[in-house]
Each structure stands twice: as C-alpha cells, then as structure tokens.
Design a protein around this ligand. Structure first.
Ligand SMILES: C[S@@+](CC[C@H](N)C(=O)[O-])C[C@H]1O[C@@H](n2cnc3c(N)ncnc32)[C@H](O)[C@@H]1O
Length: 384
C-alpha cells in the first residue's frame, strides 16, 4: 500500500469518528449504502467532498478524459451529430471531474460550429466544482457558451445530450449475500479496532435482490451489489427530458456476466494512489469506493422510463467507430515524446487489457429516432 501523509491519516481518523457516531445513532449497524454515501459524499468529510486530489497521476485513478484529447474529440463528433438534430439542446454532464471532458467537448464543438444552447454540469463535489470552474471560465467566455453548475437535477422540460463518464460506478450501492432461504443486506459495525461487515439483518424472501438471486440461481454465500440509485437516476432523467440522448460510459457488464458464479464476491473495489483493493473499511474518506455497473438493470430501468436503447458496446468499438485512429494519426507529430504519449493514450483507451473492453458505452434515446455513429461498428444491445 502506498504511504499515507499525516494530514490524510488525520482526515481518515475524523471520518472514522463520524462513521462511528452514525453507527451509534443507528443502533449499532449502519446499512452499507449509507456507509458508502458518507465516506464518499458527507460534506467536508467524504472522499468527493473534502478536497482529495482524486483524478490524474497525483490522485487515485485516471479516467478516459484525463488521458488526453482523443476521448473527448470522439465524443464531440457524436454530440455534434446529435445537436445537428436538436440545435437548441443543452449538454448536461454529470460528475464532470476535473472539467477536462467539458473543455475538450466545448473546444471541439466550437470548431465544428455546433455548440449547445448551454452546458450544465451537475457536480456534488465542491472542490471538483471549483476545479471545473477554473478550467472552464475563460473558455466559456471565449466561445460564448453559458456554463451552469448545479448540485441537483434541473427542472423538467429539458432537451439535452446527457453525458455520464464514470459516474454511475460512484453511486452508493447496497450489498447483499445469498442465504439458504433468501438474501440478507450487509451492514457495517464497529469491531475492537476499526469496522467490519455485519450480516445480522433479517433474511428477505422478496424484493429485487431476492429476485436476482433466484433468477441467476446464485449459490448460498454469494455476495454482490445492487445499485437502486442508478435506477433512480435513470428514472429522474426520464422525467426530466422531453427529448434527448443519454450517453453512459463506465465499467460494467450485462447481468449474465455480472452474476457469474466466479464473481461471488461482487465487484466492489477501492482505489488509493493507483492501488486497487477490496477493503472499504480502511482509508475512510481518502480512498475511492466503486462498483461495476449492471448495464442490463440500467437498460430495464431506462425502458420503463420512456427511453429506447440506442446502442451498447465496448469503449474500444465505440471510439474506433467514431474515428479514434484517424484522429490519432492527425495528431501525429515528429516530437518523439509527444508521439509516445499519443500511442500510450490510444492503447489505454482501446486495448482490451486496459480500458477498451472493461469500459462500456450505452446510448439511451427519448423521443429520438436517429442512429448514433458510435454504435455503427459493433452493437451488443442484444446481450443486455
Ligand atoms: C470517478 S469521478 C469521474 C469524473 C469525470 N466524469 C471523469 O471521467 O473524469 C466520479 C464523479 O461523479 C460525481 N458524482 C457522483 N455521484 C453523482 C451524482 N449523483 N450526481 C452528479 N455527480 C455525481 C463525483 O462527484 C465525481 O465528480
């Protein structure tokens, strides 16, 4: 495990005291989704709400927009096409991270003369919002696109292209275990030193987790996660949008793969300084906790919310269909170092051993009839 600075250590102790208080107030056990919500988002304390570096080489993980320009340029081509059908639409980006994707999108769309009517960023993290404002203020003035920041959904009645890159994996999840006669939700309790899983909640023989356990014949002892908040998010988008397209990019699987027998410990992962592990009860408030996305569940929630599935594919197939290789060859240079960085950017985005296969792209359309170019090479919607 990488070393921890004294300030980070002190912060994690403060978060730990906060959790300890919450557990006391909840009668000794805190539901896991509440725990995850607090360690990630409690104001002034949580990982996303208390100023940790998070993204990039000095942070804990690197997202696609942080690798260079190509990811954003490919996405901009898709968005430009969508805005061609809906010229008054807004772009609505959830969890914009450092603001890098918004920056590349706005620059590229300005060059293509296809700017949105406004760019709305929904960001829960105060320090990421500051960072985004620093990155984007001058650009917004220069190209003349209004950028609005919000910490919750706008009012219904919006036409928009919605973008969520690595956002759904950051939603707090419930965790459950299959028992002989049903399923049990995980909680968190204190132990002599620190915290641990608690499995004392009542056994449930109905509900979405029970249905999953039965449908996939999950063996006794199987542990996995469910993300009711991802479903609620899709439902809210259904209420919000009069017309539009939603692009979800994240790591995840269709349900047949999500609930494979081998994946019997679920998909919960923690990230600290580019080191991945599976203990959510350490480094509280200074490490990221994430969970893979069940894209079949997202698709079901989307269909019930008035969306059509426009496509589902790997990040590799999506970016190649949007001309990643042409863009890379265009950006080619005689500068050896720049060329090396470009090659490693391409590899990172598309190689199956890197982000190419683990990351998926899903397109949802509401009152939408045009095809999306990104799904032109390979569409795996039939596997959802
Ligand atoms: C892993 S980061 C990804 C950042 C950025 N999209 C990127 O790709 O670099 C997750 C982001 O999602 C944000 N987030 C989490 N839950 C959210 C929600 N319900 N609404 C909006 N943003 C959210 C976090 O604050 C953070 O900015």
């Amino acid at each position: 495990m990488p070393t921890i600075s004294p300030a980070a250590w002190e912060h994690s102790q403060t978060v730990s005291a906060h959790i300890s208080r919450l557990i006391g107030e909840s009668g000794g056990v805190l539901p896991f989704d509440k725990y995850m919500e607090h360690v990630l988002y409690a104001p002034g304390l949580g990982y996303y709400a208390a100023g940790a570096v998070k993204l990039g080489p000095a942070g804990d993980f690197v997202t696609a927009p942080e690798t260079g320009l190509l990811f954003g340029q490919c996405l901009a081509d898709e968005v430009a096409d969508i805005l061609g059908h809906m010229p008054n639409a807004a772009i609505l980006e959830f969890g914009a991270g450092s603001g890098r994707l918004a920056e590349v999108l706005i620059q590229t769309l300005a060059a293509l003369n296809r700017l949105p009517s406004r760019y709305i960023i929904i960001e829960l993290s105060p320090d990421l919002r500051d960072r985004q404002q620093r990155t984007l203020a001058a650009l917004a003035d220069k190209v003349g696109v209004p950028i609005e920041w919000r910490d919750q959904m706008p009012e219904p009645g919006v036409e928009a292209v919605v973008i969520a890159n690595e956002v759904l994996d950051a939603f707090p999840v419930t965790r459950f275990r299959v028992e002989k006669d049903g399923v049990r939700h995980a909680g968190v309790r204190e132990k002599e030193q620190g915290f641990s899983w608690d499995w004392s909640s009542p056994i449930l023989s109905q509900g979405p987790e029970f249905d999953v356990a039965r449908r996939f014949s999950l063996a006794e002892g199987y542990e996995t996660e469910n993300s009711p908040r991802a479903m609620a998010w899709v439902r809210m988008l259904g209420e919000l949008l009069t017309r539009g397209v939603v692009l979800i990019i994240d790591y995840g699987y269709p349900e047949e793969e999500y609930f494979l027998p081998d994946r019997h410990k679920g998909t919960l992962r923690c990230h600290y300084r580019h080191h991945a592990h599976d203990d959510p009860f350490v480094l509280m408030g200074i490490q990221d906790i994430t969970c893979h996305v069940n894209f079949s569940a997202v698709a079901q929630a989307a269909r019930r919310s008035g969306f059509e599935i426009l496509g589902y594919t790997s990040q590799e197939a999506y970016l190649l269909a949007l001309g990643l290789l042409d863009k890379a060859s265009h950006a080619s240079t005689d500068d050896d170092r720049a060329q090396l960085l470009l090659a490693s950017e391409v590899k990172r985005l598309v190689l199956p051993s890197q982000m190419g296969e683990a990351f998926k792209v899903m397109g949802l359309g509401k009152n939408w009839s045009a095809d999306l170019n990104g799904f032109g090479l390979r569409d795996r919607s039939h596997r959802l």
